[in-house]
Design a protein around this ligand. Sequence first.
Ligand code: GDP
Ligand code: MG
Length: 722
Amino acid sequence: MLKFCLAGNPNSGKTTLFNALTGSTAHVGNWPGVTVDKREGVYKKLEEKVSIVDLPGIYSLSPYTLEEVVSRNFIMDENPDLIINIVDATKLERNLYLTTQLLETNVPMVIALNMMDTVERAGDKIDVKALEKAFGVPVVEISALRGKNINELMKVAYEVSKQPRKSFSVVEHSPLIGKAYAEVEKLCCEHDVDCACFHAVKVLEGDMLEVKDHPHIEEHVKEIREQIDSSAFDGDFEAMVADARYQYITSKMPSILIKNAKQKATATQKADKFFMHKVWGIPMFLVIMFAIFHVTFAEDFLYLQGIFGLEINSDFWCTFFQIEAGSAIPSPGVWLQSWFGYLMGCLIEAIAGLMESCPAWLTGLVCDGLLSGIDAILSFLPHILMLFLFLSILEDTGYMARVAFIMDRAFRKFGLSGKAFYPLLMCFGCGVPGVMATKTLESEKERKMTILISPFFSCGAKLPIWLAFAGVLFGGQHGDLVVYSIYLIGIIVAIISAIVLKLVINKAETAPFIMELPDYHLPQFKSTMLHLWDKLKHYLVKAGTIIASAIVVIWFLSNFGFAFWNGMVDDINVSMLGQIGQALQYLFYPMGWAMGDYGWQLVVSSLTGLLAKEEVVATMEVLAGGLGLEFMIATMTAPAAFSFMLFNLLCVPCMAMVGAVAGELNSKKELFKAIGFWMLVAYVVSAATYWCFTYWYVGVIVAVALVAAFVALVIRYKKRKV
Ligand code: GDP
Ligand code: MG
């Protein structure tokens, strides 16, 4: 099978093209650094099948970052038949820089000139013939997003892949180092170096890897370097080569790109003035997030009842919205949720009806155990999907990349860069890919810190917990605020932890954050839907496997005593689980919530959350007996309820995530430290929440102590710096 690879800058549209070619559903992110690993798929519309490899986005072939190493090794060592170099036509000069490097390999190549839709809309023109002449490879104009010209691209690619290509370096045209390059190349040829052109440039640059690989010519090359006047570049040959590349590109640009003369500020520029404002930026982000939570979770949509006293009384509308007479109009999220809940209820009743003649233990296991547990999780599905829909729209439009940029200003003070924001943002979906994405952070310390605070970003699996509480707390009236506050508190705890970690460790250095902002795009319907479908699938599979089997175990443990051969017990307190829970309960007393009526049940529920966070509500439902988890929650005071939620938000994440963290930290000792850190933070924050809000004077004392401690730390830090 032929093997083509997609190479290009981050955000040039590689994954979009990859998906279009292979029918795959890989995640398309509107910011750099999403694809760290390469991905493979098959294109079938040619005479021969072609394997397509989506490489991580890179700006150059130097071996500095993980992305560069992965891409470089693939191109140099795995003999692809062709490189499809994706060039973002809206950022031509920047993108062609990589092209000049790819040309130095002798792999056949075509340039796919992507985002032509945007270029055309702006009224610019690109002279394809001139571009082909300047770089010596065929160019095809495409729009990966609209699927335009993609099969033509593949036809050209197929033909090109059949002929060998002679490597070519634009460096030879440089007045300054062109001659030196030619000499090194000759040297490489004499020493039988494969792909002389590529290696010659690298050796001349003094690329670490290359110098090590070709020690025998380094002596000569040193002499050659000495003959050149490199004073303007402080003897930095890498900079000289980079300059030579840009010189070449710039000299060709006038003939290639014909700009629309009467161009106004683009829509993107105008929008950025607004969204990336120094002062408004962050508040705007908070407002947008609140709006999302409001549309998804609010019982009183747009506060129509709160402000205007609007109530629904007619029978038709009450049925339509699934509410009682005299209620407010629910937000779209709540509305969908009610209907879904109603349908689920009917389904469960039907199943229970079918099981009437079965033995009691089986009906108990299926109805009180499995069905109610799974119902507790699944019933939140519309809410969860809706939240993800909004988040993925924010991401697709390019807004989230801006947020990372705005956040960078603030994050930097805490030893994190805006780049750390991407992995953290992914953690809102699921911590596992989030933690894996920390690979893109160059600074080891920043990476560790990001991993440590990542569980504080509330993931999708924890959402059912917040929703179960939101439905009961404050009469179920302020669901949007409850959920929003949990997300926000998570972020605030993460920031405070980062500050404390930085002050305590006092070593975190932060790599500079350089990022090209993508243009705003309209989100793509298909890609968004695929994304949601992925989430849904993941959720259903999880509910059907780990969660369902855990529910069966919990049900068994809570319905039988240690002498299980004596049959089911009547009182859950004497069950196996009851006894274990009561033994552990005391450890959790200081946090308040473990002292109430359902103390040990809540302890056990939190513990099962270590398996998967959805398990928490499922277990609560099973342990609440016939009364339902709403009843269990209603017995808690608001401070106890918040204390419980925060404990579950901040404590050790689920098994899968712990595994991912273990993989990234790569040391048992570090992993134990991390687990200890999470337990400590969760315990302290929950206990403080409970006591401070239950007794106001405790709150005052704690607040004063905290401020004092913070000031002391800052003073110490300042002193140490001097
Ligand atoms: P990658 O980082 O190179 O894999 O880039 P992605 O495939 O993730 O795409 C980055 C962004 O560019 C996404 O928001 C895409 O929707 C968008 N995009 C990709 N191709 C096109 C195109 O042809 N036209 C336009 N307007 N946008 C595109
Ligand atoms: Mg990608």
